[in-house]
Design a protein around this ligand. Sequence first.
Ligand code: FAD
Length: 563
Amino acid sequence: NEYPSFSKSVIVCTVISSGGGLGLVAYGDAVQSSSDNAKERKKKVVILGTGWAGTSFIKSMKSTSYDIHVVSPRNYFAFTPLLPSVTCGTVEARSIVEPIRNISRKSGVNIEFSEAECYKIDPKNRKVYCRADPEKKMGGIEDFSLDYDYLVIAMGAKSNTFNTPGVQEHAFFLKEVDDALRIRQKVVDLFEKASIPSIPVEEKKKLLSFVIVGGGPTGVEFAAELHDFVHEDLSKLYPSLKSYVKITLLEAGDHILNMFDKRITEFAETKFKRDGIDVKLGSMVIKVSEREISAKDRVTGKVGSIPHGMVVWSTGVGPRPEIVEFMKQVGQSNRRALATDEWLRVEGSDNIYALGDCATINQRKVMEDIASIFSKADKNNTGKLDVKEFHGVVDDIIERYPQVEIYLKKNQMKDIATLLKFSQESSVTVDIESFKSALSNVDTQMKNLPPTAQVAAQQGAYLADCFNRMETCEQYPEGPLRFRGTGRHRFHPFRYKHFGQFAPLGGEQTAAQLPGDWISIGHSTQWLWYSIYASKLVSWRTRALVVSDWGRRFVFGRDSSRI
Ligand code: FAD
């Protein structure tokens, strides 16, 4: 009521500060449901993928008002943070997977599942085209298509090779359960080969040279796991080979774990040095061949080669081919992931959602649009808007972005208070330039979310929650938050909550960076890691299996049979 140009249910405040403050929009909410359409046929929801995002969506789905069909080439969910442990047999592969049919059964909602991959999305005709694993050889009948009202794309990403020659052919990846099992086999295979009496010493050294490319959390954790496997188990079983083993970690940047605090990075680099893991920083891999890997030193430009028995490639992720194709269709061909709005809807589409590693929220665009709305309103370039114009601008912004809730530092709250005061006066000073520069600050705070399980799982749960409540406003799938004259409803946008991250470093030591920049490193953090990861496992069955695997490893060591 205090702000007559806004609808009753919406409280809006937007601040333009002269000192680099930034805007905020806050909201009241109203839910309006229309029961007229309640008896409509059930809407069809197709979900592509059973990874972190897809599974979290399925687990959180409570509404029975949809026909849900899940399509994924694997009929299980895999707890990827424990994949490095699978590569060395610390944990068994079956302990970290859960059949998707088990998960959907427990959700209490009727969900159909097809083990197949989607190879084409047709947004115009609202159809997805799928094929079952060609190896199943069902004579063509394995192809099928599904109609959808809503499509949820949660297909993840693939390992990014940056088109480096030879990587696809000669390197191992660590992305899927199969990859981890292949690595486990290969490590033992190399030890067995190297112990054949006729193999010369130089060849043994080559066979037991393990090169890991990428100093991110996955590469570092794998290097640590491999080091532990070699020194705690294999060296006892192959004592004559111990001195020939070499583990090299190549990182193109200046440090490993560069997304972590400096203290963690330094600790990890020092620990690896002490453990004999050769960390080569500033090394850009330019080629991988069957027996050698070539890297260029970023500073000197010198190219060197390392003979290897095995290369594990872990340098981040890129879009899957099906996603690249779909991005072309929706005019996003020059992007690295599907751009969505803050409600996880693919840009330019109102019934296709994308979440997890295959998607990215286009925060920058939101910010630019808001800045341009302000610029347009200030026709005479005076830097001032009267209260009516100001309210018009704010209305315009919330029309397009009903919950643009800009990340606000605490000290910017006073700017809002100032604005609220201004807005009741006859004119409001809008300093567009400082608003724009404030937006670039916002942009760095709202920068793209990392491709992690945490993000994917939260997005899945968020979207399921929106779908669960959609029934209250069937007409407008965005859901109920605000009700304006035209009858538009919206949900709160997706907001990510960061709970911290771990970097296991081997030797029963882990580093943790928790919210508030709380850093913890060492043996006690390893126990924190054990307890958090055990609690995050998807079911009591997997929890029991993983904990017993850890116990087995403590008592009997890792199994080195090549089966
Ligand atoms: P995914 O989990 O990759 O799932 C994608 C799904 O889509 C899969 O079911 C796949 O089979 C399916 N799919 C693929 N192609 C198709 C198709 N054509 N049609 C239909 N379905 C398809 N994150 C953390 O937060 N913490 C960690 O400790 C951590 N550790 C990790 C360790 C490793 C070794 C790896 C590889 C990743 C780790 N991550 C971690 C990252 C995390 O696993 C990913 O960010 C997360 O899996 C992304 O979830 P997603 O659902 O988007 O994709």
